[in-house]
Design a protein around this ligand. Sequence first.
Ligand code: GUN
Length: 309
Amino acid sequence: MLVQSNHIHTFRLRMIETTSYTLIDGKKVSTDIKTEIMQRVAERKEQGKKLPHLAIILVGDDGASQTYVDNKVKSCKSVGFHYTMMRFADTISEEKLMKHIDHVNNDDDVDGFIVQLPLPSHISVEKITEKIRPDKDVDGFTNQNFGSIISKSPLLMPATPFGVMELLRRYNIETEGKHAVVVGASRIAGAPLSMMLTEQAHATVTICHKYTKDLANFTRSADILLVAVGKPGLITGDMVKEGAVVIDIGTTRVEGPQFAKGWAIKGDVDFKTVAPKASFITPVPGGVGPMTIASLLLNTLRATELQHP
Ligand code: GUN
């Protein structure tokens, strides 16, 4: 009888073992980073140094962009940064917007600025991005900052992948020699992230994108799976290896009457089926999203320190 009950006990323990995962709390880590930033801002104030000033350029009235920008403004206020919102109608010409960027580039009081994406289709994102002075490019979008990921002295890191790397570091996730599979090769997330994983984390990296055939074949071999596509629920439990680390970078605003606000932010990972197989996993919201803002604040502080030491 005793042996039999021990068997049951062992079985129960195994069940618990295979279904437990650590939730990566991006909200908490970003709060810790904001506290660190506040301390550095207080020190600058004490020393009579210039306080960080972030400018945000928003074109048009896209609801999702407005929400993201509101969060960035709130975060600036919470750490004691100065900020300026610059809004333009979606009919603004590319030329006029370029002129405005030149103006901000030359404004000594603004240490860093961002142009919120997406932009209206008549404006070239590449032209606009390249117009931003690299030492004020706190999103880390310019070619110079993108390329500096592989230099010995990077200038300003692309904010979203920088936030992901910080989560991996702060959760002591082993990366050296691990197989990291990045799904999505965008300029703002997947492409720079794959470079950082190679350069800084010494992982073996596979990049998948919209032309990849048999995606699941790649995702199933990932020790660390990082997804930045913008397709809610793309990654399901059957596509993930037991014990994998899963980082969901997707942030798609899905609208519907079932959501209290009329919309909700959804990730690329089907949390319900993937979490039971994962060792570590980020939720959406509350995972990578808050870290992108924390990185933006860190970059702004760094830009201020570089321009006004
Ligand atoms: N649109 C979606 N994410 C971002 C971001 O991180 N920065 C900017 N500028 N636009 C975005």
